[in-house]
Ligand binder design. Structure first.
Ligand code: KIV
Length: 297
């Protein structure tokens, strides 16, 4: 994230910068509500050299909070496998699982562009499979775009989706659906594989992708990719040169027990929730909740 005021210590909504401070209708982050952000707005933000935030969302209530805070793009990530469903990788989550979550995020938001992750095994087999899966996300869940992982090996899918009218966000570097090939969650793109990653990014742009997530890559490589393509790069563990930054919301809010090095904690929800639920339990046990103000006569 860039070092602007809104990234300082956590505070109340009243302490947060007002939306207008970030540029009214033309600004991607915090622009005036009224219509959904589009992929064209995102392209124009890169032309203006404007940095912007993306966060994950998996339900209607958190989507509403992030949407009202002016977050322009919400990602229904397959990280839901881990943070919602409790699996130890992203592989087990299904299209049906993510369709329900995506529909909830669309219903909970009115301004953000909602991007749905295509889960493992739902697009790699063929362009036909990718089209069928993406069509379900757009028709049933109301997603505005999809994200898929990989470089040259998924170019036919990207081309087919874009020509069918589906905006595609690409994802390079540490692509978690390939964790078993990588042999763990480790930094990608060092040495010769960095050259391949730059070539992948250029190919994805040519194939029509509207943005590229760069996950866990060295900062200088992310900077090279960002200046080599005209579509925005969205970094996670990729340093400060990318056009946008994304974090999984449970990481940035302090719910994750052992977050990665690239995570900055902007709140401590785990402590707040622990304190709140213990107080509730204590008041129930001691008979002080419910009080008269919470009781019907
Ligand atoms: O699934 C996810 O949340 C993601 C982001 C980390 C980019 O792919």
């Amino acid at each position: 994230m860039s070092s602007t005021a809104h990234n300082s210590a956590p505070g109340s909504a009243a302490d947060a910068p007002s939306l207008d401070q970030y540029g009214g209708p033309a600004g991607l982050y915090g622009g005036k509500p009224g219509r959904r952000v589009t992929v064209r707005d995102i392209a124009l933000a890169k032309e203006r050299g404007e940095k912007w935030p993306m966060v994950t969302a998996y339900d209607a209530m958190t989507a509403r909070v992030f949407d009202e805070a002016g977050i322009p793009v919400l990602l229904v990530g397959d990280s839901a496998a881990m943070v919602v469903f409790g699996y130890d990788s992203t592989l087990p989550v299904t299209v049906d699982d993510l369709i329900s979550l995506t529909a909830a995020v669309v219903r909970g938001s009115s301004r953000a562009l909602v991007v749905a992750d295509l889960p493992f095994g739902s697009y790699q087999a063929s362009t036909q499979q990718a089209l069928e899966t993406a069509a379900r996300f757009m028709k049933v869940a109301g997603a505005h775009a999809v994200k898929l992982e990989g470089g040259r090996r998924v170019l036919p899918q990207v081309e087919a989706l874009v020509s069918a009218g589906v905006p595609v966000m690409a994802h390079l570097g540490l692509t978690p659906q390939s964790v078993n090939v990588f042999g763990g969650y480790r930094v990608q793109g060092r040495g010769q594989s960095g050259e391949e990653l730059v070539a992948d990014a250029k190919d994805l742009e040519r194939a029509g992708a509207f943005a590229i997530v760069l996950e866990c890559v060295p900062t200088d490589l992310a900077e090279r990719v960002t200046t080599s393509v005209s579509i925005p790069t969205i970094g996670i563990g990729a340093g400060g040169s990318t056009d946008a930054q994304v974090l999984v919301w449970q990481d940035l809010m302090g719910l994750t027990r052992t977050p990665a090095k690239f995570v900055k904690k902007y709140a401590d929800l785990a402590s707040d929730m622990d304190r709140a639920v213990r107080t509730f339990a204590h008041e129930v046990a001691s008979g002080t909740f419910p009080g008269p103000e919470h009781t019907y006569n």
